[in-house]
Design a protein around this ligand. Structure first.
Ligand code: IPD
Ligand code: CA
Ligand code: CA
Length: 257
């Protein structure tokens, strides 16, 4: 298919994520009004303004591309290039003044997740990947950890309560009982910690496409796995598990029970 190169697309996405992230910092650790959406999740003017900026940047540069954003929905129908945007992932962290939040941008090319960018403005950590180009963390090549032993591994989750409501508490407990360490450094940051070799496994029982879109190329290009809870490499599975690949078979066996 004729079109912009992956390198052009990822350069654009890194710059767009940086701009949106900088915008969110103007609101970070201020007394922001928090509203609640129908699913009871929080949202702020920073989420909406960051998504508006990203939609404008994509619309100006790639007017024939489709786009799906968490706050304002879909445009562009079935165009072969589709940007998938979460303007602030980790809004709960953001509204509590905790720096573990990200701007997430993914790009599907003919349905295949091909580019991913996760920018953590309050940490100034930029992670990007594009299929065949590798994964980079603040300009350096990122790799998953070489750990092959689950008993020496660090397991992450977004929170401890959502497993029960999704019928996944037994699977979660089986994993917690095996690993060395367990922390809730969650949302996209947990997956990025796996991609950059700082943790071995990240579990999230509830994921929308915009939560997952950049993470699949990022984890795969860093040498890891990003799948749903059935082990399928997809951003549309409704849940997600990242691993350093060495531990993937064992993690999937424990998840399946
Ligand atoms: C949340 C994160 C989290 C997932 C939640 C999402 P948000 O995103 O992606 O990992 O478990 O379901 O709502 O609302 O902070 O963008
Ligand atoms: Ca999210
Ligand atoms: Ca969000």
């Amino acid at each position: 298919m004729e079109g912009p190169s992956l390198s052009t697309l990822v350069d654009f996405a890194v710059d767009a994520a940086w701009q949106a992230g900088r915008l969110t910092l103007a609101y970070f650790q201020t007394c922001l009004t928090v509203e609640y959406k129908e699913d009871h999740s929080p949202v702020t003017i920073a989420d909406r303004r960051a998504e508006t900026l990203l939609r404008n940047l994509v619309g100006e540069r790639f007017p024939d591309h489709a786009l799906l954003g968490e706050e304002f929905g879909s445009v562009g129908g079935t165009a072969p290039y589709r940007w998938i945007i979460d303007p602030i992932d980790g809004t709960r962290s953001f509204v509590h003044g905790v720096p573990l939040y990200a701007v997430l941008i993914g790009l599907e090319v003919s349905g295949k997740p091909s580019v991913g960018v996760a920018y953590f403005p309050a940490l100034d950590e930029m992670v990007w990947a594009a299929n065949g180009m590798g994964c980079y963390w603040n300009g350096r090549r990122a790799h998953v950890s070489p750990q092959e032993n689950l008993e020496r591994s660090l397991l992450l989750a977004t929170d401890t309560e959502s497993f029960a409501s999704q019928g996944k508490n037994d699977a979660y407990r089986r994993l917690v009982d095996r690993v060395a360490e367990h922390r809730t450094w969650g949302d996209a940051y947990g997956h990025i910690l796996v991609a950059t070799g700082r943790a071995e496994v990240m579990l999230d029982p509830v994921m929308e496409s915009w939560d997952s879109a950049p993470l699949l190329p990022i984890l795969q290009e860093a040498g890891g796995t990003f799948t749903d809870w059935r082990g399928v490499a997809t951003i549309h599975g409704g849940d997600a598990i990242s691993t350093n690949r060495h531990l993937f078979p064992e993690v999937m066996r424990l998840v399946a029970g």
